[in-house]
Write a protein of this length. Structure first.
Length: 144
């Protein structure tokens, strides 16, 4: 399914520079929220947004698999790009509440605990079937 923009949290931006994240081996969670108002500047950890997580009987947060960080392009400067990606994620038999964001957060760090990575805008309604998130061919996050 095609969805909206991905908004990167300030926590993630500064955490990358501080070495908080290991994007290939940390446990990265994908959670669906409803009625959520994102604030990528003041929300910093999962506890700041967890109250908006949907509670449908079949729903459970998913752990991302196939995590990878790759470099592409040749040369120097803006010709070299970096990409963080993972396998697409599916929430099985989702019914009831329509999510408005998918939140990515890191369940591995302890200080800060459970830092937020990104929020992806969602517009697809639930219908009792699988709710699939397909990442862009350029990855979840791309640096160029």
């Amino acid at each position: 399914m095609a969805e909206g923009d991905i908004h990167v949290y300030q926590t993630f931006k500064s955490g990358i520079l501080r070495g908080t994240f290991d994007l290939t081996s940390d446990t990265i969670k994908a959670s669906l929220v409803s009625g959520h108002t994102k604030d990528e500047d003041t929300h910093s950890v999962w506890g700041d947004v967890s109250a908006d997580e949907i509670t449908d009987g079949s729903y459970t947060a998913q752990t991302l698999t196939g995590l990878s960080v790759t470099e592409s392009g040749t040369g120097s400067g803006t010709a070299v790009k970096g990409k963080w990606d993972a396998a697409d994620v599916t929430f099985a038999s989702l019914t009831g509440t329509d999510p408005n964001y998918l939140i990515l957060w890191d369940d591995t760090p302890t200080s800060p605990a459970d830092p937020l990575i990104a929020a992806m805008e969602l517009t697809t309604t639930t219908n009792g079937g699988d709710y699939a998130i397909s990442w862009n061919a350029n990855g979840i996050v791309r640096v160029s």
